[in-house]
Design a protein around this ligand. Structure first.
Ligand code: ARG
Length: 458
């Protein structure tokens, strides 16, 4: 057991207590950030005359050595230490002696851990954003290739009106675009430095917190030392943003699973992204999509856990806060993993355009347009709705679609119908006449896609 305290104790810590309390098994994840923070702290201490230049140089060299040795595998992080902070400090003292004992001047593990987690998270937020961007690139390609690919649009999972595959993908593009903007907001709001807050009340040393913040790439120091050591809002926001990303991925997965079903056959998931059955030779399962859908629960769980952990904590630091790490690490790994795999699956999926077109045609998705045709010829909409409803009923009974009816059959319901009804209810007409902003019509879609391209290139 190597710990940073003990002077006021007369007894060894119980082994079980030590293990229950220790965090090294997971906080070793930010050894790099811990060393980076210490380096900035030491540079600031020397600039302020709190350490000598020589002490600074010794400490920096010692920290660089530790970093290099951990990275090369020469120095192993073991559970002999309580946490990553103890590990680094103990190793530093082993290497450089007395100067190493000065590293922690004007600092507490409370502001140190607050800094480490913030630095770690700041990088992860950027990486998450890059992964979402990667998915958007794939979606944009699919959109560009499918401006004219007709498929049924659904409400209540019932065929509703024809849309295009580009339009459907565009809905997800919008969702993930908002996710990116949430990540950007978080990155902005969290980019203030807690280091220098001490245990909770700042310190009596003349620290230059602006300088430390600048060295570490923050906009500036956090303005209240109690808040600095006990704020976990940014983690809750990040978990919330990841939960929303997962919710979007899960909805999308659900659609891929439906589209991939034997009944729909709108898509074929690439062999590289499918799995088989141990017993049923014919099976090709959408396991990746199902796992993404399933893992969504884990990320929601992390958000709920941290909200609950935080809700009763009085100011300032309390050990409860150590619980933030495993939750957040797991949520990050899960979300990033799901983003990468889902992107790969979508990049290789093939779309059965024939099946989609056929499905749109068979599902009376042009019934609204047939009613609109009558309205354009002076029939009040409510009457038109009834006329087309009766036509649909007839088609269902005879196993036909609206396009299959003869003009005479149309006229039995209304004399207003002319030969141009067939063109008015063709799938292509139905889609391409929908030209309002955000609609699937070709020209409307092309404008939106041009905007998306600019957005991704910016
Ligand atoms: N492992 C602790 C955490 O993650 C580090 C801070 C410890 N501070 C303390 N006063 N015990 O929160």
């Amino acid at each position: 057991m190597a710990q940073l305290w003990g002077g006021r104790f007369t007894k060894e810590t119980d082994q079980l207590v030590y293990r229950f309390n220790a965090s090294i098994s997971f906080d070793q994840k930010f050894y790099k950030q811990d060393i980076q923070g210490s380096m900035a702290h030491v540079k600031m201490l020397a600039k302020q005359g709190i350490l000598t230049e020589d002490e600074k140089e010794q400490i920096l060299k010692g920290l660089e050595g530790i970093l290099a040795d951990v990275e090369s595998g020469k120095l192993e992080i073991t559970d002999k230490y309580e946490d990553i902070h103890s590990f680094v400090e103990a190793n530093l003292i082993d290497r450089i002696g007395d100067a190493g004992k000065k590293l922690h001047t004007g600092r507490s593990r409370n502001d140190q851990v607050a800094l480490d987690m913030r630095l770690y998270t700041r990088d992860e937020v950027k990486e998450t954003d890059e992964l979402v961007k990667g998915l958007l690139k794939v979606l944009l390609r699919i959109m560009e290739e499918n401006i004219e690919t007709i498929m049924p649009g659904f409400t209540h999972l019932q065929k509703a009106q024809p849309i295009t595959l580009a339009h459907h993908m565009g809905a997800y593009f919008e969702m993930f675009k908002r996710d990116r903007s949430r990540l950007h907001d978080i990155a902005e709001r969290m980019n203030y430095c807690p280091l220098g807050a001490g245990a909770l009340a700042g310190t009596t040393y003349p620290l230059d917190r602006d300088y430390t913040a600048e060295l570490l790439g923050f906009y500036g120091p956090m303005q209240n030392s109690m808040d600095a050591v006990s704020d976990r809002d940014y983690l809750i926001e990040y978990l919330s943003a990841m939960s929303t990303i997962m919710m979007h991925l899960s909805r999308f997965s659900e659609e891929v699973i439906i589209w991939n079903s034997n009944e729909y056959q709108f898509v074929e998931i690439d062999d590289g992204y499918s799995t088989g059955s141990s017993i049923m030779p014919q099976k090709k399962n959408p396991d990746i999509a199902e796992l993404v859908r399933g893992k969504t629960g884990r990320v929601y769980g992390a958000l709920m856990s941290l909200l609950t952990t935080m809700k009763g904590i009085p100011l300032a630091y309390n050990k409860d806060m150590q619980e933030d790490k495993e939750l957040v690490f797991d949520a990050i790994d899960t979300t990033k993993g799901c983003l990468a795999l889902f992107t790969g699956m979508m990049d290789t999926i093939s779309f059965r355009k024939d099946r989609m077109h056929e499905s749109a045609k068979k599902g009376f998705t042009n019934a609204t347009d047939a009613a609109d045709y009558l309205v354009n010829h002076g029939v009040p909409f409510r009457d038109a709705h009834g006329i087309v409803g009766r036509l649909v009923l007839r088609c269902i009974a005879e196993g036909k679609s609206l396009d299959d009816l003869t003009l005479d059959e149309y006229r039995e319901e209304s004399p207003v119908f002319e030969n141009d009804i067939y063109d008015a209810i063709s799938m292509e007409t139905c889609v391409n006449r929908r030209l309002t902003i955000g609609a699937p019509g070709k020209e409307a879609m092309e404008k939106v896609i041009a905007g998306y391209k600019e957005y991704l290139n910016a």
